[in-house]
Structures are given as C-alpha cells and as structure tokens.
Design a protein around this ligand. Structure first.
Ligand code: UDP
Length: 334
C-alpha cells in the first residue's frame, strides 16, 4: 500500500532555516507519533511519502518531498499516486480539493476541522469531539528507539512543554512534597511561568531546557517516575485542556519508568497499568500522600510489559492498516 503521511510543518526553534524533522531533533509529540508509525508501516511493507517535514531522513521505502503547505501537497498529489492520505495536521496540509481517500488522526483537544473519517487517540478525546463510534487508536511506541533499565535514580522527571496546561508547577509541588529533585526538560515558551516554578521550588527544580538525543532517553529511563500533571486550564490552543494522548506516557512506560498523573483527559484510561492516577491536582499534596503514591508504583518490568502489550508500534500499525482497509472499502464514519 502507498501512503502519504502529512506531518505539521513547524520551524525548528532557534534555527528558522530548518524544520522540525521526523523524528524530531528535540520536543515534538506529533513528530514522534509519525516517526513511530513510519517504523511500523515500513516493517509491514508499505511504501511511504512523508510530507511536511523537509530535512527528515529518507530510507528504503520512505521518500521526503519538499512539501510545507496545502498548495505543495496538492501539487505533489497530482503528480504522485498514493492509495491513502493520512493527515496528522488537523487539515493544515490538506488540499482544499478532493484528495485520494483520506483519514486523519486528531492530536489536539476539542473538535477536529475534518470530522469525517477521523481517528482519535483516546476515548476522552473522542467524547470531547462529539463522536461515539469513530476508531480510537492509541499512540504507538517503538521499544527499539528507547532505553530500558530497572536501575532507577532518585529524581523525578517532567518532560514536555513547560506550560500551565501541562502541569509543570504541580509536578514541582509533588516532587517537593516527596523530597525528591525534579528535572524539568522541555521548551519554555512562557518564561514567566518557568520563573514562577523555579522561584517557588528553588531546591527542587532543575531546568534542563529542550532536550533530545541520548540525554532525552537517559532522562526518561533513569527517572524514578515521570510526572504528567495535565491541568484543565485554557491556553493558546483555545479550549480547556484535556490531555488527548500523552506521548510521554508510552515513552516512559516502555523504558520501565512508572507514571504519576492527574485525572485529566486520557490519563485515567492509559495510566493505571503503568502507574498511578492521583485523586486530586498535586498542588497541596502532603509528604505522606506523595510517599504513598511512590510506594504504590508498579515495577519497571511490569510497566514495560504493559507498554509493549498496549502500545507496541507493530500492534498499533495493524490497527491503522485495518482502518486504511475500511477507508478503501468506502466506509465513512464520524
Ligand atoms: N520532548 C523532547 N524533549 C523535551 C521535551 C519533550 O523530545 O525536552 C518530547 C517527548 O519525549 C514527547 C514529546 O516531546 O515525545 C511531547 O509529546 P506529548 O504528547 O507528551 O506532549 P504535547 O505534544 O501535548 O506537547
């Protein structure tokens, strides 16, 4: 099967002459999802074109044309035959005119621009978008792209955008209550928020900036636990945040690192087998409650086994292939 994958084209922070690639140089949730799906689809024998990520590494079965907007996509599709278009851009790279059979994976909070033939990444996200029957396919993880260790170190990790809706401050509150240092990795596009956290929790928070490569992998696998404290607040995305899929949960779990989360969005669906969902926001958590939460976490081998079983990229790829087949049979869903 020939598939065109549409990836959101974003300039690389700090170097606007380059694009965030697939896989991404540093921060990039959607880019990691697309990269992992590429691994699975190539292994399944598909032929792929990746649009919207110039500069990404091509390999056997994968071409990377220089496409960065919907006009480029339209032109490329006019000159290249594919069976399926798989949109990860919420319509941004989709031509206005008819394309080959197209599905989209919705990666945001709220309602997708194209509701027809949309795949959601959690039940919470699907419900929020007003659908009861569209497929839910979890975010995949490729174990070969991660490190696993059962030798955890005495630090907690926050990995993601340092923003209010991602709960970096609540992660700091939890770490302070637990008496453990919190390493914070991720881009800080709201510098006053980062200052608020480092000022309020000076002895707890160590800010590492936006990390990639081996540093990212060692942080994920070395942490005692990863804190995913997403909050239902309004942000630049326009809606009240409801965590749609949380790439970091599957990345941590496959590395044997348990997850401590809030109950926001998809987290109560995906965290229980690989960690613990806190009953309340961690703000105001006591030392006793934090210690109890850490003591209740599953072991690294259990966490990894659950991740492989639920989110392994070959399994998720098979689910997408089944959806592509539905699409090619002419099925339409909302
Ligand atoms: N990430 C990274 N470096 C950082 C912080 C985050 O590579 O310093 C990656 C992280 O591993 C994950 C992605 O960025 O793959 C964030 O994705 P997630 O779905 O968790 O968050 P969102 O896309 O909603 O911001």
């Amino acid at each position: 099967m020939k598939i065109a994958l549409l990836n959101p084209p974003f300039r690389l922070p700090g170097d606007s002459s380059r694009w965030i690639t697939v896989p991404p140089q540093r921060y990039g949730g959607i880019q990691w999802v697309v990269a992992t799906l590429i691994d699975g689809l190539l292994a399944a024998g598909c032929e792929l074109a990746l649009l919207g990520a110039p500069g990404s590494p091509a390999r056997s079965g994968l071409t990377v044309p220089d496409v960065v907007d919907a006009t480029d996509t339209e032109l490329w599709l006019a000159n290249n035959r594919v069976d399926v278009v798989h949109d990860h851009t919420n319509g941004d790279l989709r031509p206005a005119r008819t394309t080959p059979p197209t599905i989209s994976t919705f990666h945001l909070t709220g309602t997708p621009q194209y509701r027809t033939n949309c795949v959601y990444v959690s039940e919470a996200q699907r419900t929020g978008a007003g659908s009861a029957t569209a497929p839910v396919i979890r975010l995949p993880v490729n174990p070969e792209r991660h490190l696993y260790t059962d030798q955890k170190q005495d630090f907690l990790l926050f990995l993601g955008r340092v923003s209010r809706h991602k709960g970096a401050k609540e992660a700091a509150a939890f770490a302070a209550a637990a008496g453990l240092p919190l390493r914070v990795a991720g881009p800080s596009w709201e510098p006053e928020y980062l200052t608020e956290i480092t000022t309020q929790y000076p002895g707890t928070v160590e800010y590492l900036g936006d990390v990639g490569g081996r540093t990212r992998l060692e942080l994920i696998s070395g942490a005692r636990a990863i804190l995913v404290m997403s909050q239902p607040v309004r942000g630049s995305f326009g809606d009240v945040w409801s965590e749609p899929g949380a790439t970091v949960v599957s990345e941590a779990a496959v590395s044997g690192t348990p997850v401590i989360s809030t109950a926001n969005g998809c987290l109560p669906e995906i965290v229980p087998d690989v960690g613990l969902v806190l009953p309340d926001s961690a703000d105001g958590i006591t030392a006793e409650a934090a210690e109890k939460a850490l003591a209740a976490l599953p072991q690294p081998d259990e966490v990894r086994a659950a991740a492989l079983q639920r989110w392994g990229h070959h399994r998720v790829t098979r689910e997408y292939l089944a959806v592509y087949e539905r699409l090619l049979r002419g099925d339409v869903w909302l």
